[in-house]
Ligand binder design. Sequence first.
Ligand SMILES: [Zn+2]
Length: 474
Amino acid sequence: MRLFILTALMLLAACDDVAETGEDADLLITGGVVIHPDRKTAPRIEDIVIANGKIIAAGPDLDDRYNAKKIYDAQGRYIIPGLADMHSHFGNGILASGEDDTTEVLGRHLFFGNTTILNLGSSQAWPDRIDDLRARMNAGELSGPRLLAVGSLMTMTGSHPTTTIYSAELQDKIAEIVAQAPEDGPIDLAPLRATTLVDTPDDVRTEVARVAAWGADAIKLTVESGPSKFGDNHPQMTPAMIAAAVEMAAPYESPVLCHISSLDELEACLTGGAAGVVHVVTPEEGELPDDLEQRMVDEGFIVIPTAAMFEGWAKYADNMDLLSEPPLDAVLSESERGWLSAPVMKEMFGSTPEWNATLDRVRTHLKKFNDLGGVIIAGTDTGNPYRFAGYALHEEIAFYVSAGLSEREALATATTNAARLVGEEGEWGAIKPGLVADLVVLEKNPLDDIANTLSIIEVVRNGRIVDRTSLPLN
Ligand SMILES: [Zn+2]
């Protein structure tokens, strides 16, 4: 009898032992349907275990193997990796004209589940400024997504965006800086803009060396003779300049990304060896030549389409009531709604049959490129009219589904494909052990309807549930 009691006590102790020495965790998300955009297998119910900001385990029935400080019951809900917007801008005062809107743009991204953004330069995004924003985020003083950045966008003197979309006042200031600058060498416009003027392959080498040594996550080149409505007469970067950027960026493994708006610019980027383009282009009539599409795929050339921007200009200018519908009604400021509803916007951006035909050509190209094995990466060009930070990414991936990609493929464009572009697939972009715990908990299944990516219940960033109600949005 004594032996039996002893054994029973030992067994009890053993049970206690398991409970007490089960690995500690900070957060355990139980019972949710986990969607892996990087896997073709059907989603299943899994527990996700998080410690020190990282996923330490993910799989079925893990809940009683860990001692978690906090348990989040996700039964009946769907979990996807945090989303990434790989073409974004901030700081140009689009929320309230003339003011720096960085804080609100970062807040909106997180509110809508974007846990990573790649800033492609222009406003408020030169290296010191990015360092400062990252430091404030690390210190918990500022909320926002993982901030990737190019440090400065490179463009030729007299080309887009400095002589096109910049205000007349800004163009005058830049002309003054150019007049006073030495004849050779890049002209860094910071802190006026996170933009550098480069006119020769040597200028490009000098500037790429500067931003790459700082830690640029990518290199942004504006290879542009237009864009169209501003005329086709701006200086266009040559393949030799693109090749110079590629050569200098290679040791840093920093991908060279080109802004383009025409097929000849696309070919220049391919010839120069760039990693890809940050806008989709199609011919004015007909489809992209088969051999060109195949060449893009063969060379691993990526496309960040910003397709929903082209669609959104017309969509919102045609129907400005959309600005007052959920979820935009809750996030837009009055001044923003005001200028986006001005009659001039309808004249500038309203749809035409030609524009609708262009969008159809974009869909055809993206579907074919995807089917050939080409890599599409989601980016919005937030900072432009009707490209609402955070929300725009949901429109972008929905566009890909409208083009014929599956819902899973569309989710991959904003998760695994995005992380792979910057060589960080071992850090974020999927739900697996070792990766940062950036997640979005959804009420409805995005594989049933891609619009369900907007049924956001929680956003998890760095392993912590974000208080979405306290984020600055406007
Ligand atoms: Zn852009």
